[in-house]
Design a protein around this ligand. Structure first.
Ligand code: ADP
Ligand code: MG
Length: 474
């Protein structure tokens, strides 16, 4: 891939000056996070980590990622309405993975009672890397799609200005003018606002379901403030608040502290550690309610790694999106090799292949949030240990994507300024709203580029590995 900053990346004095400008610009622009030491207060904040330089992204692949986003929205929405598919696909997983099993139990319970919810809101982020072939060509390959709590749509809307300024300081005014504007938080908020409007109660609020520790609160505030601009009230509550103070009325309208809730936007709830017995009860209460959940539990299940793997089987996309052959082709073109580890001959064979050649694969459990996947020697050891046990089915295997690294500086508070070999991951935000069976909104809402040093196989921005970036199209 092109290395547009080759002339400045090794110029120590220029880099030092530009980094000082960059950090102050990030603070001014609101690229902020609470600190690890004081995660409960905004008295002390710092800049969220970001790259000094925008990273080169092939224009054709960037456009391809945008072009397929409405198809992915359609697909996730179709999966969320397909009980038979979810049941069959997750049957083996829920036998061995307790977390997925508990989510699935709530899903079934809610269906048995009958859905009170009639308006549906999806906010997702489809993540990709640029796989570099032996012949030097690059291809867009999906890493995963996040159907719950997809973050950084707020902070990333402010990085383009910061990177534009850095480029100017480095004497690259023309290049600075080519950075694309980007505002996912606005798009996410317009989806939430649409769902709120269709819910149809002027006095009802939007509830952000937030974590106990809210270091990334400013990212969420970007979306919140967009809603306040539209005169939609926003409240922030944790699962434990819902357990203590949430209730349903006779028609399953959700109330928090006496206020009716139109939309529940989850920024929490995707890792097992969140849930004690009370929080599971709170989750069930929310799912049973008439409020628009973003996502509903079916859509959360549609985002599991197991579903992702199943989608890559021949014929499955055609079944889920009948009458949409072009969408099917666009979606499929982004798939890397994905393999089931279910018990049986197919699973035995791929397990043996991965043990023999672990560098070719990534081993993924049904977890979100970064830092859970296994690579290389560790992959081999774990797979060796579980290859003859049912535990194997709680994982999937995926071809490892191999992007071309580029030099950049990762700016982090209290860290030395040093050049790193980096790879990037592009995410496209998708938003859709469905009323009954009719899709009334289906859009791509913006992008997020995250970059990390190549020595880290795994992990996102929140996990402290990747940093925010801006694409520079080449
Ligand atoms: P999570 O749900 O934890 O975010 P991901 O599937 O996104 O799980 O994987 C986490 C990280 O691991 C990604 O951001 C990426 O850096 C790396 N990763 C995941 N899958 C692959 C792959 N197939 N090839 C190379 N790196 C991968
Ligand atoms: Mg991820």
């Amino acid at each position: 891939m092109a290395a547009p900053w080759r002339d400045v990346v090794r110029d120590a004095a220029a880099v030092r000056d530009a980094a000082a400008v960059a950090v102050d610009a990030a603070l001014l622009a609101g690229v902020l996070m609470r600190t690890g030491e004081q995660p409960h207060s905004s008295d002390v904040v710092n800049y969220a980590p970001f790259t000094l330089l925008p990273s080169a992204v092939p224009r054709a692949l960037f456009e391809q990622a945008y072009a397929v986003q409405q198809d992915f929205n359609l697909l996730v929405d179709a999966i969320s309405q397909n009980k038979e598919f979810l049941e069959q696909t997750l049957a083996s997983t829920i036998k061995v993975d307790d977390f997925t099993a508990r989510l699935f139990r709530i899903y079934m319970q809610v269906l048995e009672e009958g859905l009170a919810q009639t308006v549906f809101l999806g906010i997702n982020r489809s993540d990709y890397m640029f796989d570099c072939g032996v012949d030097g060509t690059t291809a867009l390959k999906q890493i995963e799609i996040n159907t719950i709590a997809a973050s950084f749509g707020g902070l990333t809307s402010r990085t383009a200005d910061v990177h534009g300024l850095v480029l100017k300081v480095l004497g690259k005014t023309k290049e600075a003018s080519q950075l694309l504007p980007n505002n996912p938080s606005k798009g996410l908020a317009s989806g939430i606002a649409k769902a709120w409007e269709l819910y149809g109660s002027q006095s009802a609020v939007v509830m952000f379901l937030v974590e106990e520790i809210q270091r990334n609160i400013f990212d969420q505030r970007c979306v919140e403030n967009e809603l306040w601009k539209r005169n939609i009230r926003v409240i922030r509550r944790r699962f434990r608040d819902v357990f203590e103070k949430g209730c349903l009325d006779g028609s399953r309208r959700l109330y928090m502290d006496g206020q009716e809730v139109a939309v529940v936007y989850y920024r929490e709830g995707y890792v097992p550690q969140t849930y004690n017995q009370q929080n599971w009860e709170a989750r069930l209460l929310l799912e049973r309610s008439r409020a628009v959940k973003c996502p509903d539990i079916a859509t959360q299940l549609a985002g599991t790694k197991k579903v992702q793997q199943e989608l890559s089987r021949p014929g499955i996309l055609e079944k889920l999106l009948p009458g949409h052959p072009e969408a099917v082709a666009r979606v499929r073109a982004t798939f890397a090799g994905l393999y089931s580890l279910d018990e049986g001959e197919e699973g035995d064979k791929i397990a043996a292949t991965a043990i023999a050649d672990p560098e070719r694969f990534v081993l993924k459990p049904q977890r979100e949030g970064g830092g859970n996947n296994l690579y290389g020697e560790e992959l081999r050891q774990v797979l060796e240990k579980i290859k003859d046990s049912p535990e194997r089915t709680s994982y999937i295997l995926m071809d490892k994507i191999k992007p071309q690294p580029a030099l950049n500086y990762l700016l982090r508070a209290h860290s030395p300024l040093q050049v790193s070999e980096c790879i990037s991951e592009l995410g496209i935000f998708g938003v859709y709203v469905r009323q009954g069976r009719e899709l009334v909104l289906n859009e791509a809402a913006g992008h997020l580029l995250r970059t990390k040093a190549i020595e880290h196989a795994d992990g996102g921005v929140a996990a402290g590995v990747a940093v925010l970036d801006t694409p520079y199209l080449v």
